[in-house]
Design a protein around this ligand. Sequence first.
Ligand code: ARG
Length: 659
Amino acid sequence: QPGFLRMYQFAFQENEIKLLTAEIERLKNFGCLGVSPSLEGLRDENAKLKYRLNFLKKSLQEERSKSVKSMININSCLQEIFGAAIQAAYPDLENPPLVVTPSQQPKFGDYQCNSAMGISQILLKTREQKVIPREIAEKIAKNIPANECIEKVEIAGPGFINVHLRKDFVSKQLSSLLINGVQLPAVGKRKKVVVDFSSPNIAKEMHVGHLRSTIIGESMCRLFEFAGHDVLRLNHLGDWGTQFGMLIAHLQDKFPDYLTVSPPIGDLQAFYKESKRRFDTEEEFKKRAYQCVVLLQSKNPDFIKAWNLICDVSRKEFQKIYNCLDITIIERGESFYHEMMKDIVKEFEDKGFVQVDDGRKIVFVPGFPVPLTIMKSDGGYTYDTSDLAALKHRLCEEKGDILIYVVDSGQSVHLQTVFAAGQMIGWYDPKVTRVAHAAFGVVLGEDKKKFKTRSGDTVRLIDLLEEGLKRAMDKLKDKERDKVLTPEELKAAQTSVAFGCIKYADLSHNRLNDYVFSFDKMLDDRGNTAAYLLYAFTRIRAIARLANIDEQMLRKAAREEVLVLDHEKEWKLGKCILRFPEILQKILEDLLLHTLCDYLYELATTFTEFYDSCYCVEKDRQTGQIVKVNMWRLLLCEATATVMAKGFDILGIKPVQKM
Ligand code: ARG
């Protein structure tokens, strides 16, 4: 019990009791605060208590040292500071607007607080007080509490508060980043995050829409994992439903000995097309197909075997793509939920939400014009039913705190209706659990029409990836990289560029918009592309190497050298590096990954500005010999590279040593 700490005040200070109480709550969430086996062995009550207190003290210390090691989100620090200042200046203002952003130009300082304008309006509206924003800004500025990051503030224009950061603060943060690596600020309670992504359909082709979902979903998972959450990556395969009836019926005809020999279905799509043609034209076949569905759904072993065979063919194809793109995902298709669907229908019926319409069972959800169909007139279940079952399972069995569906915008109404139905029936409260559709637009060809091959066929994903590889190699040869790299290095650069570019092109566009797929654009080594960033990265990493400074020397320097930020470009770069946590924390909220790409591009260009005007290594003009190494600048290079590497990792892009 948290209260028991009060009885042992002698062991702790007041603030420690607070922290420990919070710690107990946190451990309870993990379920580790029951009686652990090691505690059972301790007979003596006092010994138990001592053990437990020590355990808590230790985890408290760990937590503390972690917060020292992790990066600081400067933006939210400033928000806290200004929040306190506004609170002190206007104590009885409820929820005053709190706006802090990085400044666009050096003359406006490093960050800006723009709350004064909003407060002025509130005072006018709610109290009929006319106060000019400048006056409010001044009052806020006077109330800024003591802190370690602000050097000074200035009031500018109508009432902007320009913030100048302290050099030693920024410099210390950079040193800590170099010593401890990139770590996000602690997240509070570790959350269970379920991400539904990729999710192609068996027997039908995996198309570019699924490619988008795969790329965005993988990256989303990596981000939440990096933030310290527990992520469940789910492939909601379309592996169940009436089309399997015709596939199995066709399999029985084509490969009658499928129970003993694995049938060589090379091209499952052709197989699917054939069976569909027969289904539409042959009356007898159609009848048999329906019987097959019934037998499959009653889990007849032969039919399950046939179904598995068909699924395996698709699975292997999907896996090839996942291997190329380094995707980790577990399969939990629609079939997984089959047994639960009966109960779902019953639950909706019991609670009085079901209407019968022409033999179908439908559910109207307030605010949504089209009802969900939870049972067809033939007794079969639908995409709606399986999504309801999946939603409930993810909420109630998996105990997800955050559910994310990375699915094309075309399914928005379907998903929103399913989510609203889940709330209506009481499965979750949106104030507690976050259920989000991370929607994305369609992929277009360079002609701005639906993405197709020249002959008008849909593009097979594996062919697309192959072409990416070929084009990447052409580009590398174009740039004569084959003359400087070993064959292994060239191959590594080829895959890194090809798959990196395909992923980055997708991720760097706002997912909500449609996006034009263009190999030429994504392989351009100028502008906001993976080709540019990967190249910039290898160059940064090479700077220290070419000056014969190895990792160990850099690590030593990080502890001993002060990072001087006197040059305007050093200052700009240093601040840019430290914005990484605020970028990631924003994405955790809005799920828009392109901001990370924009940031990495800005970081790379800011680095170039720095590198063009600040010598890292000084050489003799005549002999080319190194005469001076400016270690603190090499450390800035290193900090840039560290953050870029982490950014690439989240985007699922693999940088190479040489390119
Ligand atoms: N298989 C579906 C399709 O290809 C996507 C599934 C998305 N996830 C979900 N829970 N509905 O369109």
